[in-house]
Design a protein around this ligand. Structure first.
Ligand code: C5P
Length: 239
């Protein structure tokens, strides 16, 4: 079987509802390699996450071509700049047809609101639904943030009009209490026995799902596994 092919007989074994809760991290500078991985792991994933590396390399083409493979696209650019600049960037990004876009909650209420408005304007101009804006609370590589930071950033995200939060599994309860209507997106997921790499606040897929994660961001625990398809199946069976 060519590497780019999806394994036969496995497409559709996982419910669409589960697949829409699993975002596949495509951290590479090579769109061909990203496609190979996305095609191979499509049976378990409904969302493809394009981060700084792939977007820097391939730009909007990465978004369009992953949509063509049937994925919802999660554009993880973690925007953080003055409100006008974020608004103008979001007007462009809102027209690309992505499902999710990240902005840093550290940027404050005005910045988030400017971003959300930009996304709505851009999407309306393109005749598309507006992407869900996700506020990044604290990076999961950072275990030094004082305890008041996450609740503060959740409040900032609410006031800024964001549709969701990116947070560590350990902060899910805070999010459920303070902002029950916001979508909860959790990176730093590791299967038992998997290397933590640079993730300081990791959790298993079971822990994240049981604590109320709506969308799990799945990276190296699957993409660098000896058998990525088996690891993907293990993740999917846990949520
Ligand atoms: O699972 P893995 O560590 O490989 O996933 C890393 C991905 O998750 C990276 O693309 C990183 O940018 C993203 N991410 C994160 N922590 C956040 C937000 C996003 O690790 N708070």
């Amino acid at each position: 079987m060519a590497e780019a092919e999806a394994p036969s007989g496995t497409d559709g074994v996982v419910d669409d509802e589960v697949r829409r809760r699993l975002a596949l991290v495509l951290d590479t500078d090579d769109l061909v390699e990203a496609h190979r991985l996305a095609t191979r792991l499509r049976p378990w994933f409904g969302v493809a996450k394009v981060g700084l590396e792939l977007f820097s390399a391939a730009g909007p083409d990465a978004v369009g071509s992953l949509r063509d493979l049937g994925y919802q696209v999660f554009l993880d650019l973690k925007l953080f700049d003055i409100p006008t600049t974020v608004n103008r960037a979001c007007r462009v990004l809102g027209a690309l047809g992505v499902e999710y876009l990240t902005l840093h909650a550290m940027g404050g209420v005005d910045m988030l609101r400017a971003g959300v408005e930009g996304l709505e304007e851009g999407a309306a101009r393109a005749g598309l639904p507006a992407p869900t804006s996700l506020a990044v609370t604290v990076l999961t590589s950072d275990d030094s943030a004082p305890p008041h930071i996450v609740p503060n950033r959740v409040r900032v995200a609410l006031e800024g009009g964001c549709g969701g939060l990116v947070l560590a599994a350990a902060d899910l309860q805070t999010a459920r209490e303070l902002a029950p209507r916001l979508k909860r997106v959790v990176p730093g997921i590791r299967l038992p026995g998997s290397d933590r790499d640079d993730q300081a606040r990791s959790a298993s897929p079971q822990e994240a799902a049981a604590n109320g994660a709506d969308l799990l961001v799945i990276g190296r625990t699957v993409t660098k596994a000896e058998d990525p398809a088996a690891a993907a199946a293990a993740v999917a069976s846990a949520v």
